[in-house]
Design a protein around this ligand. Sequence first.
Ligand SMILES: Nc1ncnc2c1ncn2[C@@H]1O[C@H](COP(=O)(O)OP(=O)(O)O)[C@@H](O)[C@H]1O
Ligand SMILES: [Mg+2]
Length: 397
Amino acid sequence: MHLDQLTISILFGTGIQRPEIGAVLDKLPQLKLLDQTTDPQSFVGQHTGLSPDVVLVEMNGESRVPEWLENLPQEMPHTHVLVCSYNREPDFLIRAMQVGIREFLPLPLIQSDLESALNRVRTARRQLAPADNRNGKIIVVTGHKGGVGSTTIAVNLAQALAESSTGRLALIDLGRPFPDVGTFLDQESNYSIVDMIQNVANLDKSFIQRIMQPYGARLSILHGVSDFREQDNIELESLEPIFAILRQMYSFIVIDLSHWLDEFFIRILTEADMVLMLTGLTVPDLRNLKKLWPYTMEWHQDKRKIKIVVNRYDNNCGLQLRDLENILQHPTFATLPSDYPSMMQCLNQGSPLMGAAPRSKIWQSIKEMTSRILQETGDDDHEANGAAAPRKKYWLF
Ligand SMILES: Nc1ncnc2c1ncn2[C@@H]1O[C@H](COP(=O)(O)OP(=O)(O)O)[C@@H](O)[C@H]1O
Ligand SMILES: [Mg+2]
């Protein structure tokens, strides 16, 4: 559909139909009235079809925002909600803003007011339309067992990328059975990848932008699926188109992928441009990794994208990095020190290392690892300026 063509539904919140509103709409070009109702509650509750681009809600000086109107932006994240009213109480306005309603028009409705509001909707849609063929990189953080540090590293890597690269970033929590990113960052959201899968047929950037939760200026988060039954129902076929559109929107997509070895896990690894495979440096860790390693090779043609990261590294005790490298015949990409006090501070504050322990060694190590990732992916400044010499590869094979 052409971007300037908009569909609209009218909800008469006072329960009385006002034909004069429809009459103003009729005069506007490129606007198609889909439906109008005096029973907004059931419209919001039972709406199953394609959502209109715009919902125009008529109210009349109420001081409280009714529940159906509070739910409307959440129920129809594709849709822009415009509220028109004869009077507006400040309490009503504040609450409406909080639930995500940004446009208010005075009644009686003036054609030019409505036209300007619709033009703002069109501008927003145009800004979200594909501008170029940028292709963001997917970085998956995982490990061969729980507790190895996937969530910790994914969260802090996303933050470090936001600090040291220029584009927009997404952090996606695909942790199962317990998605933890929300807990680590003290954030909550009603949306997860399931919402993208359910809308995959008409997925667009505007929908994705609405369900991603902003965290700072350049990072957006998609939280995990907390319902175990929903985790089992994720349709694998939907993942490819979802990642294709995410790559257009973000320069990096960091995924916290827990270690469950199933088809879903393999699909996500296949999508990845880089996989940070976390491990500890103990005998059980190396034994498990040794078992997992040949399978990883079977799933992936290009083992260069798999980067071994030793978490809680202590070079004074026990096994050495060369033991790991001998077993896997693969280099270690980075080591991150153990830092229990800084980690506790993060967990207790619900904040990443940058906020809770900016001077810690582990945060420095994550930043160093991040600049290596930027070098590898060709997204560092040096390369972006076109001044780089051909990159050296350090593979052992
Ligand atoms: N380098 C580290 N030093 C100290 N504690 C760490 C380190 N990395 C992770 N942790 C802690 O280990 C626990 C498990 O980490 P988490 O990121 O939840 O692992 P996973 O997501 O792989 O299950 C958390 O309490 C975290 O704070
Ligand atoms: Mg985790």
